[in-house]
Design a protein around this ligand. Structure first.
Ligand SMILES: C[S@@+](CC[C@H](N)C(=O)[O-])C[C@H]1O[C@@H](n2cnc3c(N)ncnc32)[C@H](O)[C@@H]1O
Length: 228
């Protein structure tokens, strides 16, 4: 990809001939997004950390292209993902060459019943951003100097009784502002979404009738750690 608008016909970089991550995992990251990042920002043998590893997509992409994948999750879905809260990783300072992060953004997916799941926090409230600040501090600590990290995130919108126009949560802008306090912004990429909800005609009719927009893209916020 050579522009800041990324669109791809499949979730996977080889046209779904092979599958990275877990097809049945709700909320998995498109593997081609991770592939694009790793081929641009890492070299063979580099250590790539995903502290919210979900179905393990990052680990599978790493295995495909010769990176050392390190995956953690609050509730690991497979044995090569280790258990940890992303706000307190059992990793040494300056030990990762790249960090990829696809965090929960609001409460619409039920990842687990773990009380520390960030997916239980409403992104219209301060607690969500406080939790994400803790994750970003930890990413800063474990990332090597002059190395890159990327956050895949979407804004959110929901209907609310008594609130005309519903509630819009500009999560992408909020997280960008938080990240640039410590990291240097490298770029913002717009990734076109292709999920099944976007193909539901009734949702498009509701969007026009009720005056809201369906989320059509995710942000990819790319930053670099520069201690100096
Ligand atoms: C959007 S999913 C990640 C998807 C993953 N990249 C994939 O491709 O399957 C977000 C993940 O964050 C995890 N999570 C939520 N709160 C967490 C926390 N405090 N620490 C670590 N992981 C957490 C959830 O369990 C969930 O697996």
């Amino acid at each position: 990809m050579t522009t800041t608008l990324w669109a791809y016909p499949s979730q996977h970089y080889d046209g779904a001939k092979t599958v990275q991550g877990d097809k049945t995992y709700t909320g998995g990251t498109p593997s081609w997004v991770i592939w694009q990042l790793l081929t641009r920002y890492t070299r063979e043998g580099d250590t790539v950390l995903d502290p919210m590893c979900g179905g393990g997509t990052t680990l599978d992409v790493c295995a495909d292209i010769g990176r050392v994948g390190v995956g953690y999750d609050l509730v690991p879905s497979r044995p090569d993902i280790k258990q940890s809260d992303a706000r307190g990783l059992p990793m040494k300072d300056d030990s990762a060459d790249f960090v990829f992060l696809d965090p929960p953004y609001s409460t619409h997916i039920d990842y687990s019943n773990h009380p520390d799941c960030i997916g239980k926090l409403d992104s219209s409230e301060a607690a969500y951003y406080e939790a994400m600040a803790g994750v970003f501090d930890e990413v800063y600590r474990v990332l090597r100097d002059r190395r890159y990290m990327a956050v895949y995130i979407s804004d959110s919108w929901r209907k609310q009784r008594g609130v005309a126009g519903g509630v819009f949560m500009p999560i992408g802008f909020e997280l960008f502002a938080m990240l640039r306090e410590n990291f240097r912004p490298i770029d913002v990429v717009c990734v076109v979404r292709r999920n099944s909800k976007l193909r539901q005609g009734n949702r498009h009719m509701a969007a026009a009738k009720d005056n809201f927009f369906i989320r059509g893209f995710n942000y990819l916020l790319i930053f670099k750690k520069e201690e100096a």
